[in-house]
Design a protein around this ligand. Structure first.
Ligand code: 5GP
Length: 176
């Protein structure tokens, strides 16, 4: 089976989660299927080696960006650094606030996680409205590093999140 098909077959939709009207995409079955998880990392690796071979660091988002980011970083032989919700990371941090659908949130990164001039790829499981990846983009830019692209397993095209991320490219494996 084609790698993308294998991944698509593992993604299921739960309607009205976490609130009414939201068709939530559950990506966890990918982790239950070693071939599908390998397919995710293979496709990301292929894209990065072909398009961004100069990448220095993968930055991943709390929490499901942590599932794929370190595996990809290890495959590429580079490092991984986390972005977390406010108050979760020790030591000096930088932060940025951003809007969720009905609330505000704050994302943080350790001050020494990214160095000036580094070439970074940002990874998360899913792009919805783009607010989360935009916050990550701003954190990396605050450190005078360069964002090469954002990688996601799933892109909800109908929410036009990529439009919010005008200044960077979004690479997704599965689109809805
Ligand atoms: P955005 O900021 O783009 O609106 O939302 C993306 C963030 O919310 C990601 O960190 C993602 O993990 C989470 N998210 C939003 N909707 C879904 C969904 O349907 N499925 C999953 N797995 N995560 C979602």
């Amino acid at each position: 089976m084609e790698k993308r098909d294998l991944i698509v077959r593992c993604i299921r939709t739960f309607n009205d989660f976490p609130t009414k009207g939201i068709p939530f995409k559950d990506i966890f079955p990918i982790l239950k299927n070693p071939q599908a998880l390998t397919a995710v990392i293979d496709l990301f690796e292929e894209y990065v080696r072909n398009t961004h071979p100069q990448v220095d660091l993968i930055v991943g988002l709390d929490a499901r960006g942590f599932l794929f980011g370190p595996l990809l970083a290890q495959r590429l032989g580079i490092g991984f650094a986390p972005i977390r919700k406010k108050g979760k990371l020790p030591g000096p941090t930088i932060s940025v606030s951003y809007s969720l659908e009905y609330a505000k949130a704050e994302a943080e990164m350790q001050e020494d996680a990214v160095s000036a001039g580094q070439k970074v790829l940002i990874i998360d499981d899913l792009l919805a409205t783009g607010g989360t990846l935009q916050a990550a983009y701003e954190l990396v830019k605050q450190q005078q590093a360069e964002v090469l692209a954002c990688l996601v397993v799933v892109e909800l095209k109908y929410l036009n999140g990529a439009d919010k991320l005008k200044t960077t490219t979004v690479f997704s494996l599965v689109q809805y």
